[in-house]
Design a protein around this ligand. Structure first.
Ligand code: PEP
Ligand code: MG
Length: 564
């Protein structure tokens, strides 16, 4: 038995033999070829294999869903049949270039040209082009490739995986996904979450350590991969799988139900989004709005910031999709662990105590202006709350509100209709702000507590540093006292209080949050239904009793005991 650790990116448990997806050799020669008839035949065979596979995929997903899978397959099929792209490939081959070189060159030229355009829809197509090109290169490398060879339950182990590869390889027998590389906000991960496949990314060395048909156990949330688990670990994971299956079925009963306690207190159970691609997944879980949209991910994996128009389209889609519920969109929270190469953030000794979130935006008004203008325009399409991160003092809120007014006037002068004004709120992540909520409230509509950072700053324990992970403790009595302080501060104001940090999804803690008067809990989409189920089972009197007991705790252990 060997245990490896990666980044848990899609929850759930799995136990099955490994299927290792071999790396395709994507090397190719730039030398000119002589047998152009042979090359042309290879190209035609690979191209028709890919078109055939993609149309099968498109048929499969348009009949059975999910919708976004059908859309991806459709876009890839269209791309594979694009006459201009085909003609460019054939023209390189006409100049006696090797097939692989021609496909790669024509596709890269095309993708780069598209990436330089301002249209958000077209920009996304660059990813499709690269994906289809890799498919062709795989088909050239290994005609009649791996896809039919997998039978039975399996866990897919690969260095990395393209979205379209996941679509091809997906079947109910695909029980888990373990990647040596991967990115939590990539399309592949988003699809894995949509399919509810437990997924672990960035598992160092997994390709060397796992052999074909080794049995693998996957814990999708904690990021633990066990190769050839022993009997007791197998039993442990099998029990978890059974519990999960049973629970998933049962939770479907809560999709269209309101989140109301037994004694009639309504709570909004909203979702946290890292990307607009997570939206359908959240809607499928019956989310009551979006409580946190982390817009900084829009800045990543690209070479320049998105334009106002591109942002407007994304925000509008999110706002419209959850209407009449609210979408809380957080302004860029860059800095800390979220670095963006092209913004040249300063190198800092302690980035989590440095130029982060609103601090950065107030010093880089052009980037902020583009975002706020896009948000003000998008606000016209539903219920928007603009939320600012990493606030430390009242002056920052006032400066933000002044900018908001200024950009509103700017848009009105340009003839834009702004009939709806968004709500405004802040994240409570910094202890100084926890102590002055009453002073901030008259300038705001809501507060949402970001416990991931609040706990880090309260306990002086870097959330990224595994050496002090035990000190980053949401159950520290000081955290509960701080939540109480915030709740008391908000009580006599007109603001509402929510929580969007990971703590909102700690099921044992939720009764305390209800007793403290939280109106909204925003959790990852996968936790929406379980949270709702729990709220339906609670009543305020018992929540208050648990709170009274928990407030007496003088250690993390005794606090946990009070909740059990
Ligand atoms: C938080 O700090 O709790 C939060 C939700 O923000 P992030 O995790 O994006 O820092
Ligand atoms: Mg935070």
């Amino acid at each position: 038995m060997q245990v490896l650790k990666g980044k848990g990116s899609s929850p759930g448990f799995a136990l099955a033999p490994a299927f290792i997806l071999k790396n395709t050799n994507l090397q190719f020669s730039h030398e000119q070829i002589f047998d152009d008839i042979h090359e042309s035949k290879r190209w035609k065979a690979a191209h028709s294999q890919v078109v055939h596979d993609l149309s099968e995929l498109q048929k499969k997903y348009s009949q059975k869903g999910p919708q976004e899978s059908a859309e991806i397959a459709e876009a890839h099929l269209m791309m594979a049949q694009d006459p201009e792209w085909i003609s460019n490939i054939e023209s390189f081959m006409g100049q006696k270039h090797q097939c692989e070189y021609s496909v790669n060159k024509a596709s890269e030229d095309f993708a780069k040209m598209i990436e330089s355009l301002d249209d958000p829809y077209l920009r996304q197509r660059a990813q499709d082009i690269r994906d289809v090109a890799r498919r062709i290169l795989r088909a050239l490398d290994e005609p009649n490739s791996h896809e039919e060879k997998i039978t039975g339950d399996h866990i897919l182990v690969a260095e990395d995986l393209l979205p379209s590869e996941l679509l091809s390889l997906y079947s109910p027998q695909l029980k888990g996904l373990v990647l040596q590389k991967g990115n939590p906000t990539s399309h592949t991960t988003i699809l894995a979450r949509t399919f509810e496949i437990p997924t672990i990314l960035t598992v160092n060395g997994v390709m060397e350590k796992v052999r074909a048909h080794d049995e693998i156990a996957v814990s999708g949330m904690s990021g633990i991969v066990t190769i050839n688990p022993d009997a007791s670990e197998k039993k442990n994971i099998q029990d978890k799988i059974q519990r999960d299956l049973f629970e998933k079925e049962e939770l479907k009963n809560y999709i269209s139900v309101k989140s109301v306690t037994r004694d009639g207190v309504a709570i909004e159970v909203a979702s946290n989004l890292n990307s607009a691609h997570d939206l359908n997944f959240a809607l499928g879980k019956g989310t009551e709005g979006i409580g946190l949209f982390r817009t900084e991910f829009l800045l990543m994996d690209r070479s320049a910031a998105p334009s106002e128009e591109e942002q407007y389209q994304v925000y509008r889609k999110v706002i419209e999709s959850v209407f009449p519920h609210k979408a809380i969109i957080r302004t860029f929270d860059i800095g800390g662990d979220k670095q963006v190469n092209y913004l040249n953030l300063p190198k800092e000794e302690n980035p989590f105590l440095g130029l982060r979130g609103i601090r950065y935006c107030l010093k880089n008004i052009e980037l902020f202006r583009t975002q706020i203008r896009a948000l003000l325009r998008a606000a016209q399409h539903g219920n928007l709350g603009i939320m600012i991160p990493m606030v430390t003092k009242v002056e920052e809120v006032l400066e933000f509100k002044n900018l908001l007014k200024k950009f509103q006037i700017e848009l009105l002068n340009e003839g834009k209709k702004l009939e709806k004004s968004p709500e405004t709120g802040i994240m409570i992540e910094v202890p100084s702000v926890a102590m002055i909520v009453d002073q901030l409230a008259s300038h705001l509509d809501f507060f949402s507590i970001g416990t991931n950072d609040l706990v880090q700053y309260l306990c002086a324990a870097d959330r990224m540093n595994s050496n002090v992970a035990d000190l980053h403790d949401a159950y520290h009595p000081a955290v509960l006292r701080t939540l109480k302080l915030i709740s008391d501060g908000v009580k006599n104001t007109s603001c509402w209080l929510g929580m969007c940090g990971e703590m909102a999804a700690k099921y044992d803690y939720q009764p305390l949050l209800l007793a403290l008067g939280f109106k909204e809990l925003s959790v990852s989409p996968g936790a929406v239904l379980r949270t709702r189920k729990q709220i339906l089972s609670l009543d305020m009197e018992s929540c208050h009793k648990i709170l009274q007991k928990a407030l007496l705790a003088d250690s993390s252990e005794s606090l946990k005991a009070a909740l059990s």
